[in-house]
Design a protein around this ligand. Sequence first.
Ligand code: ASP
Length: 304
Amino acid sequence: MPKLIVHGGAGTIAEARRSAYHRGLRAALAAGWAVLDAGGDAVEAALRAVETMEADAEAFNAGVGGSPNRDGEVELDAAVVRGADGSAGAVAAVRTAPSAVRLADVVRRTTPHVLLVGPGADALVERPIDPAHLLTPHSRAAWERWRSRQAEADAAPPPPTGSATVGAVALDAAGDLAAATSTGGVLGKWPGRVGDAPIVGAGTYADRAVAVSCTGRGEAFLRAVTAKALAERLAAGAGLDDALARALADVRDHGGEGGLIVATADGRLAYGFDTAHLALGWTDGTTTVAEVLAEATVVVLPTP
Ligand code: ASP
């Protein structure tokens, strides 16, 4: 039975924006599920779900509306991994891609490489967009607030803040898994900063047994090599809930917080987070749930 789980980021999600998140999560689930329902593969389902959220200008920190860096420019990171053969593609600090996750898939399918950054990645964009199109009134206002807080605190500038990264993990009818993640990174990041999302094994990972997409303070997920560590714990026999709890504990030990979504080849979906909120959706074709969760938790969804 195919399954799809998506996230729209871990962090603090203002009450006023929740309905936009719900709509965005539902649209992503519908787009990804349409692929799985038609017998399509997990990679295409994850890509469709993520690109739907990237294109959403109302919610989410990915694609249009991605968090600007210190200079007020949007630099996007994304990755996609196919569990069946371990093929992976990723891009970082791209500025002209209408969909960073599709560009990551171009890297996966058409280059001898896994990760391309900056101009090298932008050079593969078939129809480049003006980078200014990625800025929205909301992301610009958030950047302006960040910058004025920074000006007030010259001695100790506020740390870059993030949330609303998007991700999808899919299991298709053939039993294959895929994971995809896309983000604008953290608001006020240094130009050229790369987070965990495009780093295979840190923020995004899939193999024949499990697929994972992460969100949260990327530096901590990078140091903890979160997604691969979770896969290894499962392979060593840990329970899914235990592996998720330990992944979050590792991230905390590395100075961060966040969330993860997981699917396993035996049909289980799970998630965990320790931030104020996690925007989460999942569907198995019968039940579809899209919500902004507010109680930090680890949940393994019951399998019918
Ligand atoms: N993990 C992302 C990054 O650090 C940000 C986020 O998920 O909020 O780039």
